[in-house]
Ligand binder design. Structure first.
Ligand code: DGL
Length: 266
C-alpha cells in the first residue's frame, strides 16, 4: 500500500491516464535526476482520449488533488488530453503551480519544408477548443492534418512497442500521410514517444518527428525552482488506480526496468 510521507510540498507530481506520461517522467528524470518524483497512472480510467470532457475533468481534478495531498510542490499534467480538458480547471483549483502540455505544433511549423504537417493525438485533444486555438495561432499558411490514433494508446498500455500489430497500426496511420506530402509529424500524445523507433522506422529518415517531452521537462525545472522545490532523495515512485499486477509488466517494458508501483483508490 502506498504510504504518504511528506509533511512538506517538495516533490514533483506527474500524472497521466496510464503509462504515456512516463515519457514525460523520463525527460524530467533526465533533467532533474536528484529531485523526488511521484508518478500517478490513472490506469483504471485509461484511456482518457475517448471519454467525455466532463469525465476527463473529474479524473484530472482527482489526480491533481491527490498529488498535492501527497506532497507535490508542482503538478505536471503529462497528458495532452487532460491538459486540453482540464488544464485551466486545475490551475484554478490547485494551490501549487501546474505544468501542462500541448501538441508541438509551433516547432513543427518551424521544421516543415513542404508546409504539410500531421498531428497524431487522441480524439479528445483534436476536438478540443485548445487545439483549434493552437492551429489558429501557429499554422500560418501550413496545412495541418489531424490523425486520431486511440489504438496506439492501447499498444503502449499493453507494453507492445514494436510487435506486428503495433507496426501494422502505425503503417495504417502513416501511409496516407506520405501520399499527402507530409514531412513533419507531431507526437501529440504522451504515449507516442514510446513508439518513436517504430514511427521513425516506418516514416523514414526524411520525416521530422516532434516530441515536446524535453521542452515540458525544461518548464518543470523552471517552475520547480521558482517554488523552491529542489533536489531531494532521488525518490522515484509510481502509483496506479489500476491493478499493479496487470500494470507492472507493461510499465517495465515501457520504462526499460521495473519501478516501485503501488495501488491507490481514487
Ligand atoms: N497520454 C494521453 C495524451 O497525451 C492520453 C491517452 C489516453 O488516455 O487516451 O493525450
Amino acid at each position: 500500500m502506498f504510504s504518504p510521507i511528506p509533511d512538506r510540498q517538495t516533490m514533483i507530481g506527474i500524472f497521466d491516464s496510464g503509462l504515456g506520461g512516463l515519457s514525460v517522467l523520463r525527460a524530467v528524470r533526465n533533467l532533474l535526476p536528484n529531485h523526488d518524483l511521484l508518478y500517478l497512472a490513472d490506469s483504471a480510467y485509461c484511456p482518457y482520449g475517448t471519454r467525455p470532457q466532463a469525465e476527463v475533468q473529474a479524473r484530472s481534478l482527482a489526480c491533481g488533488r491527490w498529488l498535492v495531498h501527497h506532497g507535490a510542490a508542482v503538478v505536471v499534467i503529462a497528458c495532452n488530453t487532460a491538459t486540453s480538458a482540464a488544464g485551466d480547471l486545475l490551475r484554478a483549483d490547485l494551490p501549487v503551480p501546474v505544468v501542462g502540455m500541448e501538441p508541438g505544433l509551433k516547432p513543427a511549423i518551424t521544421a516543415t519544408r513542404s508546409g504539410q504537417v500531421a498531428v497524431l493525438a487522441t480524439n479528445g485533444t483534436l476536438r478540443g477548443e485548445r487545439f483549434a486555438r493552437l492551429v489558429e495561432r501557429f499554422a500560418g499558411g501550413a496545412q495541418v492534418v489531424t490523425v486520431a490514433c486511440p489504438d496506439l494508446v492501447g499498444y503502449v498500455e499493453a507494453g507492445d512497442l514494436a510487435g506486428p500489430q503495433a507496426r501494422a497500426a502505425v503503417v495504417g496511420h502513416l501511409a496516407p500521410l506520405r501520399a499527402q506530402g507530409i514531412d513533419t509529424i507531431v507526437l501529440g500524445c504522451t504515449h507516442f514517444p514510446f513508439l518513436y523507433p517504430l514511427i521513425a522506422d516506418i516514416a523514414g529518415p526524411e520525416i521530422v518527428i516532434i516530441d515536446t517531452g524535453r521542452a515540458v521537462a525544461a518548464q518543470v525545472a523552471r517552475v520547480a525552482e521558482s517554488v523552491g522545490a529542489g533536489p531531494g532523495r532521488r525518490d522515484l515512485r509510481c502509483v496506479t488506480t489500476g491493478d499493479p499486477a496487470e500494470v507492472s509488466g507493461p510499465l517495465t517494458r515501457v520504462w526499460g526496468q521495473p519501478l516501485p508501483l503501488d495501488h491507490i483508490d481514487l
